[in-house]
Design a binder for this molecule. Structure first.
Ligand code: NAD
Ligand code: UDP
Length: 325
């Protein structure tokens, strides 16, 4: 173990992003505790870590308090795909708000540093493009995405209030659409959906006319940014945008996936979901200047790795967490 070995809690650590973060921290020799209720993930994401002496898994729901002694906390527990967070919207809000209160209380008691996985959804359907951290957003507080967007906004508020009132050492990152291996094949997010559909020569479901845009960050780039933020100076607490500024329409994404998989899938058009943001692109000036961070993996390269992963798994071993995928 390195002399800088820390006891680190990762909530949501069995999920897509959380499991990649656990990999990174375990490899660095830290003592990692992964807490997850496995709502949208499965143990296979962390199976390779379970036998390691510096990794342990606790099945626990973050809406309930938990007593641990740690030096750092990464708070990633929350369903992230629209079909998952809209399945039980009240639970989603509880996970963001009660989950944040519980881990912030732990950070206060242990004097631990704590980083919140916030989201570009705090900007809602943005009227400013690209989105800088100073933009306060355009969120519909009563729409179907509000349980997630407003829950994450309230969590940011709690983080800053614990920092101001209780001197908790916080970090907040606003993550833009991220993709890669270990995305749940039935999470309904656009990258996993299009690849799953393409690999099975099923119709590719374009919502609306497919002109809405997103900017996709590959998972290894994102994890690098998150770890840099946690380990950065205490006077830079965020919020900071982390994402890849290369922006694509959903039609462009579908065409790329078809070309890279050699699929015979056809494009079919489905109704646009309510409050679906029309455009999204991170302004990463702050991350570049404060963290020396920017993404390095292009969309095509990341898609190839994700296609390889989704081709390699036995899809029958994955249960759809909700009927909304
Ligand atoms: P994910 O669904 O794979 O991971 C979330 C994890 O949290 C899952 O393992 C799930 O079982 C767990 N979880 C959910 N509710 C819980 C609860 N009440 N108690 C304990 N565990 C619970 O999704 P992800 O993409 O890995 O997202 C991880 C975090 O990053 C989330 O907080 C999400 O809001 C944030 N984020 C992700 C993206 C992205 O593009 N992937 C973008 C913005 C923000
Ligand atoms: N989308 C789509 N077809 C799908 C799934 C999603 O066209 O099968 C669109 C969706 O309407 C949205 C974009 O892809 O405009 C990104 O959706 P995702 O759920 O991945 O993320 P989010 O909307 O939260 O950014």
């Amino acid at each position: 173990m390195p002399s800088t070995c820390k006891r680190i809690l990762v909530t949501g650590g069995a999920g897509f992003l959380g499991s990649h973060l656990c990999d990174r921290l375990v490899t660095q020799g830290h003592d990692v505790i992964c807490v997850d209720n496995l709502f949208t993930s499965q143990k296979s994401n962390i199976a390779h870590l379970l036998g390691k002496p510096n990794f342990e898994f606790i099945r626990h729901d973050v809406t309930h308090p938990l007593w641990l002694e740690v030096d750092e906390i990464y708070n990633a527990a929350c369903p992230a795909a629209p079909g998952h967070y809209q399945y039980n919207p009240i639970k989603t809000m509880k996970t963001s708000v009660l989950g944040a209160i519980n881990v912030l209380g732990m950070a206060k008691r242990c004097k631990a540093k704590i980083l919140q996985f916030s989201t570009s959804e705090v900007y809602g359907d943005p009227t400013v493009h690209p989105q800088p951290e100073s933009y306060r957003g355009n969120v519909n507080p009563i729409g179907p995405r509000a349980c997630y967007d407003e829950g994450k906004r309230a969590a940011e508020t709690l983080f800053f209030d614990y920092q101001r009132s209780n001197r908790v050492n916080i970090r907040v990152v606003r993550i833009f659409n991220t993709f890669g291996p270990r995305m749940h094949p039935y999470d309904g997010r656009v990258v996993s959906n299009f690849i799953r559909q393409a690999l099975h020569n099923e119709d590719i479901t374009i919502f609306g006319e497919g002109k809405q845009s997103r900017s996709f960050c590959y998972v290894s780039d994102l994890i690098e940014g998150i770890v840099r933020m946690m380990n950065g100076p205490d006077d830079f607490i965020g919020p900071v945008n982390l994402g890849n500024p290369d922006e694509f329409t959903m039609l462009e994404l579908a065409q790329k996936v078809i070309a890279l998989t050699g699929s015979k899938s056809r494009l079919v058009y489905k109704p646009m979901p309510a409050d679906d943001p029309t455009q999204r692109q991170p302004d990463i000036t702050l991350a570049k200047s404060k963290l020396g961070w920017q993404p390095t993996i292009k969309l095509d390269e990341g898609l190839k790795k994700t296609i390889e992963y989704l081709r390699s798994i036995d899809i029958t071993q994955f249960r759809a967490p909700t009927p909304n995928y």
